[in-house]
Design a protein. Structure first.
Length: 743
């Protein structure tokens, strides 16, 4: 075989393990002919280094909101700070996605399989050196194995990157040396017999060799993670890492360099600018890990960095087994933290989108590689793609969201990786303080009652309203957002304006309506028609009703209203966007409103009111998770007393006890998805109750006072029990104030 050396190298087709040697091992090498060995001990070495780079990133919760165990915390603080440097999530946060079900193939010097940090992790081991044993007499194979998949379960000191993964060990190095034939046979056994999806090779040769065996691994879909080498080369890496740029490598070979604790390239670490697109770095200086016999040691080298990347690949594979090798490498490259050799630092460096000639894609970020890449999307059974970002479902009605609490579905990132996400929802403000209109059906449509309310019992705000058509300004204290009340974004603002038409308190979902009211009759009997249309284009609602008000004497009035409420893209105000888009929902509710009124202080107020509505079920076009709803029954009751001049002239006080509008029965049909092992999706239809777990009761005191010509001050205090129909919710106190002037 003809050996073609890389520039700056002395050709050798024998293999060495890439650990920085000590003086003793260097002296021992002088008696060996081209046998490059796995050596004990070792330090990082010194020499010129590229410009300093940003400090290491901190670990963060990645897939689960779980605290690390005490053993994990001790492991990192006392022994394995490199886990935090590479942003490896705590295994307790990963649950079964901690490498379980994945076997990492390692070709090295053997392994102490019963070491406390590896006991139970080694599922297969085979000797290819002729030594007759897979025991590790050099310490190198045990060290890299624990970095990749060490466990704390047996009381050991080191937890690897993927503690749930298994290891298949091919012993191909002995006494610090290995031949191409031994390495080739070991790799073939790992690929063809053990069928490992990931190869971790902390070894190399200065001459091209074992290409056929690496090509076979690539053809079989294996991700090959290879050390760059420790010769301080600036234009070359060892083989098989040097094959990464070949077309046949198919993006399945990752070249791994080493950085120190400050994220600066270790002076011994090789790199090749022509292979930057396939290069990443990992901690490789003073790495603490397991060694025979039942001991631990600190070692340095690209050998130590390589199994970290292999462990990262195992974590990704464990969570999404269907991913191909080149997809996993792309994820590792895309999520690496950019390091810049030209002295650029901070965001100017990390925001770069091309590989650095020295650092390639930079320092691996294990946590980031487990997070979504790109926009999370949901694909409907019909094949329509919806964005999870911006998805929201909200309702101003009591109880309508109870069934959505805790609902989850699966959304996918740009690599089709499924993530379980909660259904995002919000309870929109539900106005509870209402200043009664006059009894007349001929209500002045231009003098609609408008009132701001607050959904957070910790907020006390001041709202100023100017109204001429649909113009309004709001001023507020506190953190809640204040926006135009008539901008069509009803569920995105903290302060809401409601428009009540002809004493109708029902149509809270209709922002800025236009309306018509007509009545006729005499002092004992009045009857008439009401029609109102929302001006919100995308979510228009309309109501039409007939009303009869019978006053058999001067002190009692009986009211009956029958009507129909037609909504578009909402369900009793329930409105969704994004994955929860309610576009296409067009319910029609038939309702009956009986009530009674009696005058007090010459103020004809309706103190007793009830509402009962029926909405037939409907199926939607299937363009989102929302598929439709079943027949729904809604109710509301209120008992109010209004008094004029209670404190000052021209004031109006209202005391009201009510059960706000809520669903008594009915289900919302929501489609959710989960991901199969092969990456395909399966769907399930869920019937979510629209009725709450409790029933909201609200007591409100409201005041209206004319302060000067055409100007009114309104204020209210409201106390709610089981707010929004949630039996477990704490009672809520609402305080609101509005100053309005008509022009």
């Amino acid at each position: 075989m003809q050996l073609i050396p890389k520039a700056g190298y002395q050709a050798s087709n024998n293999f060495k393990a890439f650990q920085v040697p000590t003086l003793r091992s260097i002296l021992a090498l002088s008696a060996s002919i081209c046998l490059l060995c796995a050596c004990a001990g070792g330090g990082g070495g010194s020499g010129s280094s590229p410009a300093a780079t940003p400090a290491p990133i901190n670990p963060n919760t990645t897939l689960a909101s779980a605290a690390p165990t005490a053993a994990e915390t001790t492991n990192r603080s006392n022994y394995a700070s490199w886990l935090s440097q590479a942003n490896v999530p705590y295994a307790n946060q990963l649950s079964t996605g901690n490498g379980a079900g994945v076997t990492i193939g390692i070709a090295d010097s053997g392994v102490q399989a019963n070491h406390a940090s590896l006991n139970g992790q080694i599922v297969a081991a085979q000797d290819f050196t002729g030594s007759g044993t897979t025991a590790d007499t050099d310490g190198h194979g045990t060290h890299v194995s624990a970095i990749a998949a060490g466990t704390l379960a047996n009381g050991g000191n080191v937890q690897g990157v993927a503690p749930g993964a298994n290891i298949a060990m091919a012993k191909v190095l002995q006494a610090g040396s290995g031949t191409p034939a031994d390495v080739a046979n070991g790799i073939d056994w790992l690929v063809n017999t053990q069928h490992v999806p990931i190869l971790s090779l902390s070894l190399g040769s200065t001459a091209p060799t074992i290409q056929t065996n690496i090509q076979n691994a690539v053809t079989n879909g294996v991700l090959v993670v290879v050390a760059a080498g420790n010769a301080s080369q600036t234009n070359a890496v060892d083989y098989p890492a040097a094959y990464a740029g070949q077309a046949w490598a198919n993006n399945q070979i990752i070249v791994v360099g080493a950085v120190d604790s400050a994220n600066i390239r270790a002076s011994f670490s090789n790199y090749d600018p022509t292979l930057a697109n396939w290069t990443v770095y990992a901690p490789g200086v003073n790495i603490y890990s397991a060694v025979p016999t039942d001991s631990y040691a600190t070692k340095s080298g690209t050998s130590m960095a390589t199994p970290m990347v292999a462990g990262q690949a195992a974590l990704i594979k464990s969570n999404w087994n269907f991913l191909s090798a080149n997809q996993i490498s792309s994820i590792i490259f895309k999520t690496a933290r950019h390091l810049c050799s030209d002295g650029t630092s901070g965001s100017s460096c990390t925001s770069r989108t091309t590989a650095d000639p020295v650092y390639g894609w930079g320092l691996i970020d294990v946590g980031a590689s487990l997070q979504p890449i790109g926009t999370l999307t949901y694909v409907t059974p019909a094949g329509q793609t919806l964005n999870y970002s911006g998805a929201l479902i909200a309702s101003p009605k009591s109880g309508l969201l109870a069934g959505l609490t805790g609902l989850t579905t699966t959304a996918n990132d740009s690599f089709n990786r499924g993530y379980v996400v909660k259904t995002p929802f919000a309870q929109a403000p539900n106005p509870s303080a209402e200043i009664p209109e006059t009894e007349s059906l001929n209500a002045d449509i231009d003098d609609k009652t408008r009132f701001s309310s607050f959904a957070d019992d910790k907020e006390v705000s001041l709202s100023m309203l100017w109204s001429s058509g649909t113009h309004q300004w709001n001023l507020a204290t506190g953190a809640q957002q204040v926006a135009q009340a008539f901008n069509g974004e009803r569920f995105d603002v903290a302060l809401q304006s409601q428009a009540d038409v002809a004493d109708r308190k029902l149509y809270r979902m209709m922002d800025a309506p236009s309306a018509f009211a007509w009545s006729t009759g005499n002092k004992d009997l009045q009857y008439g028609l009401i029609a109102a249309q929302s001006n919100t284009r995308t979510n228009a609602s309309s109501v039409s009703a007939a009303r009869v008000h019978w006053k058999p004497n001067g002190y009692l009035g009986l009211l009956v209203e029958a009507g129909s409420l037609q909504e578009r893209n909402t369900l009793m105000g329930l409105q969704g966007t994004g994955m929860l888009d309610t576009t296409g929902v067009a319910p029609r509710t038939a309702y009956l409103r009986p009530g009674a009124s009696t005058p007090l202080n010459d103020l004809p107020s309706p103190p007793l009111g009830m509402y009962d509505g029926m909405t037939p079920g409907q199926s939607t076009p299937g363009t989102s998770l929302v598929e439709g709803f079943s027949d729904m029954h809604t109710q509301a009751t209120s008992l109010a007393l209004s008094v004029r001049g209670l404190v000052a002239d021209q004031d109006l006080w209202t005391f009201k006890l009510e059960e706000p509008l809520h669903a008594v029965s009915g289900n919302l049909r929501v489609m959710t998805a989960s991901q199969n092992a092969d990456g395909s999706m399966r769907y399930q239809s869920n019937e979510l109750p629209l009725s709450g777990t409790g029933k909201e009761t609200a007591f409100t005191v409201a005041m209206q006072q004319k302060v000067w010509r055409d100007a009114r001050l309104q204020a209210y205090l409201s106390y709610r029990t089981q707010p929004n129909g949630d039996a477990s919710a704490a009672d809520m106190t609402l305080v609101g104030m509005l100053l309005s002037k008509r022009f």
